[in-house]
Design a protein around this ligand. Structure first.
Ligand code: URA
Length: 209
C-alpha cells in the first residue's frame, strides 16, 4: 500500500484550482472545500472491508455489499480542519466527529491540547484525521501521536494540499499512517506556507484575513 494517495480526479483538481486563486472569496472558497471534502471522503474510505448481507429487493433476494461506514470517525484539527468536515459528512453520514485543538508552548515548544474531544472506544473505529494543509506537519505529527494513544482500529490523514517536506516529516514519525491528499506542491517558503499552495486555509475559510 502506498503511503501517499494523490486524488488526481479532474473534478477535484478543477475545484482545487478555483480555491487556489487569490481572487476566490470566502463563500466560494468554503463551498469548493465542502465539495472536495465529499469527493475526498470516497477516496479516503476505499480501504473499508466489504461484507455481504442477504436482502430482498422488490424483484428478488440477493447477497448485497455492505461496509462499516457507521464505525468511521472524522477528526478535525482546529481550526482549518473544520472546513472539510461538512463535505465529508455529506457522504459519510453515519460518521462521528472529533475535534483536536493544539497550540505550541512557547517555552517548552511542546504541543499542548487546548481542546480534545473524541468519541470513546476508538479501538472499534476507523479514524480519518483531517486538516487541509500538511505544511511543516508538526501539528499533524502531534495530533496523530495523541490519537494513536487511544488505539484506533485504523488511522489515515486527509489533507487537501501537502508539502513534500511535510510528508517526509510526517512519515519519519508515523510511517504506518497513510496520507490522502489532492496535491503535493513544490515546497514550503520561509514562513512555512506551502508554495504555490492556496495561502492561509483557516483565514480563507473563516474570512479572518
Ligand atoms: N497553513 C495554511 O493554512 N497554509 C499553508 O500554506 C501552510 C499552513
Amino acid at each position: 500500500m502506498s503511503k501517499v494517495t494523490i486524488v488526481d480526479h479532474p473534478v477535484v483538481q478543477h475545484k482545487l484550482t478555483k480555491m487556489r486563486r487569490t481572487e476566490t472569496a470566502t463563500p466560494q472558497f468554503r463551498a469548493r472545500l465542502r465539495e472536495i471534502g465529499a469527493l475526498m471522503a470516497y477516496e479516503s474510505t476505499r480501504f473499508l472491508p466489504v461484507g455481504r448481507t442477504p436482502i430482498t429487493t422488490p424483484v428478488g433476494p440477493m447477497d448485497a455489499p455492505t461496509a462499516p461506514v457507521d464505525e468511521l470517525v472524522i477528526v478535525a484539527i482546529l481550526r482549518a480542519g473544520l472546513g472539510l468536515v461538512d463535505g465529508m459528512l455529506s457522504v459519510l453520514t453515519e460518521a462521528r466527529v472529533g475535534h483536536i485543538g493544539l497550540q505550541r508552548n512557547p517555552e517548552t515548544l511542546e504541543a499542548e491540547r487546548y481542546y480534545f474531544k473524541l468519541p470513546p472506544d476508538l479501538e472499534n473505529h476507523d479514524v480519518l484525521l483531517v486538516d487541509p494543509m500538511l505544511a511543516t506537519a508538526h501539528t499533524a505529527v502531534d495530533a496523530v501521536t495523541m490519537v494513536k494513544e487511544l488505539g484506533p482500529r485504523s488511522l489515515r490523514f486527509v489533507a487537501l494540499v501537502a508539502a513534500p517536506e511535510g510528508i517526509a516529516t510526517f512519515h519519519a514519525t508515523h510511517p504506518d499512517v497513510p496520507v490522502i491528499t489532492a496535491a503535493v506542491d513544490e515546497c514550503l517558503n520561509d514562513r512555512a506556507y506551502i508554495v504555490p499552495g492556496l495561502g492561509d486555509a483557516g483565514d480563507r475559510i473563516f474570512g479572518t484575513r
